[in-house]
Design a protein around this ligand. Structure first.
Ligand SMILES: NC(=O)c1ccc[n+]([C@@H]2O[C@H](COP(=O)([O-])OP(=O)(O)OC[C@H]3O[C@@H](n4cnc5c(N)ncnc54)[C@H](OP(=O)(O)O)[C@@H]3O)[C@@H](O)[C@H]2O)c1
Length: 365
């Protein structure tokens, strides 16, 4: 096992997007933003006024909600591969309303959108590259929309692109109450797979079941249990955002021709593998790097087009475990880092403003 520099080193990177570079700051209005000023983690975040972003050919969005993702925690400690210059505004995904958009971008003021960014989403206003801005269906609330871009598009790239998942196959998902994990559960169910979720406690088991998992297993002993559930055959695909010492057992529970998708390392350690295990049963280890795929022209919009019908039918509803005001970003990151979050954390810019929320009946707080 290779130990990482920090307890929670990451994989994957985000598509290009805005930072809060001051630019012609003096002429711009001020907004609230969650800034990383030193790489000392959540306690060192500064919530304060900064100039609104310069549009600079981008779509300017009034943020209503921002999703908190694992790489945010890593970035606040300087442990992510992408290290923006200090100070920078944290946040990689959000949903809101377009304030302005460049000609030819396909967006117009007043449009409801979701967006992914390299940074800048934990703020009242963000500017995002049109290539990573997506139309948000009326049926999807802002808080749900804010949780879609990073994790659902990663799950899409993992399962459908890299993992070649087909209807009728069986998928085992680690960290199934987490961001990538719960998205993978929902997407796999939506495409007709059988899903076995692996989680570490009862609250997370409930989240995985609400996401649609057919079976939920505890981390301890998951491999023999998964074999039993599949009549001894094993699973066709494993989604692994966790890594660490469960990796070899994940390989052991693959069916012949199975694929293990390497997504991340929240356990804090990068596993090593004896490759003879792969030839015994014609299995594959498959790397998933959504950030690199996202650089391909049109990739993100093609992914979103695939997800749109599922979103419109309510088949992809993020499991929200904590909806907090923007100013509580540090608390959200603490929960994430300490493995205490069952479901997603979302930050709201106007938490007292009621939003018609079509599909939020099933959430915990
Ligand atoms: N490859 C890519 O393109 C790509 C894209 C996006 C994200 N990622 C990576 O995917 C990973 C997961 O991100 P996420 O947003 O899903 O994170 P998350 O919401 O925090 O979920 C991660 C899950 O990991 C499990 N876990 C096991 N040991 C842990 C530990 N020591 N500390 C924290 N969690 C632990 C937890 O589940 P249990 O408690 O149930 O075990 C937790 O629910 C991260 O490493 C992230 O950087 C990769």
């Amino acid at each position: 096992m290779t130990r990482l520099a920090g307890p929670n080193a990451a994989s994957g990177s985000m598509p290009a997007g805005p930072t809060a570079a001051p630019g012609r700051a003096a002429a711009r209005r001020q907004m609230r933003a969650v800034q990383v000023v030193t790489l000392d983690g959540p306690n060192a975040l500064r919530i304060g006024p900064v100039p609104e972003p310069d549009p600079d050919g981008r779509v300017v969005i009034d943020v209503r909600a921002a999703g908190v993702v694992y790489p945010d925690a890593l970035k606040a400690r300087g442990r992510y591969q992408d290290r923006p210059e200090l100070p920078f505004v944290l946040g990689q995904e959000c949903a809101g309303v377009v304030r302005s958009a460049p000609d030819g971008s396909g967006f117009a003021p007043g449009d409801r959108v979701a967006a992914s960014t390299t940074a800048g989403a934990f703020a009242d206003v963000v500017a995002a590259d049109p290539a990573s801005v997506f139309p948000l269906p009326e049926a999807v609330s802002f808080r749900h929309g804010a949780c879609l871009p990073v994790n659902y598009l990663t799950a899409h790239a993992a399962l459908l692109h890299r993992g070649r998942l087909r209807a009728g196959e069986t998928v085992l998902v680690h960290g199934a109450a987490g961001g990538v994990g719960s998205a993978a559960v929902q997407l796999a169910v939506a495409v007709g797979a059988r899903v076995i979720a692996v989680v570490s406690d009862d609250a997370k088991a409930r989240v995985a079941r609400r996401a649609g998992a057919h079976d939920v297993l505890a981390v301890d002993g998951f491999a023999p249990a998964a074999r039993r559930l599949t009549g001894g055959t094993g699973v066709d695909v494993v989604v692994d955002p966790v890594g660490g010492d469960r990796f070899t057992d994940s390989l052991r529970c693959l069916a012949p021709g199975g694929r293990l998708l390497v997504v991340g390392f929240t356990s804090g350690s990068i596993p090593t593998v004896r490759v003879n295990r792969l030839l015994l049963n014609n299995t594959e280890l498959v790397g998933v790097g959504w950030g690199a795929l996202a650089q391909q022209p049109g990739y993100l919009h093609r992914q979103w087009a695939d997800l749109l019908p599922l979103l419109q039918r309510g088949q992809l509803t993020p499991q929200i475990g904590a909806a907090l005001p923007l100013t509580a970003a540090a608390a959200a990151l603490h929960q994430l880092e300490q493995r205490r979050l069952a479901g997603r954390a979302v930050l709201l810019t106007a938490p007292d403003e009621p939003e018609p929320a079509p599909a939020e009946h099933e959430e915990t707080r």
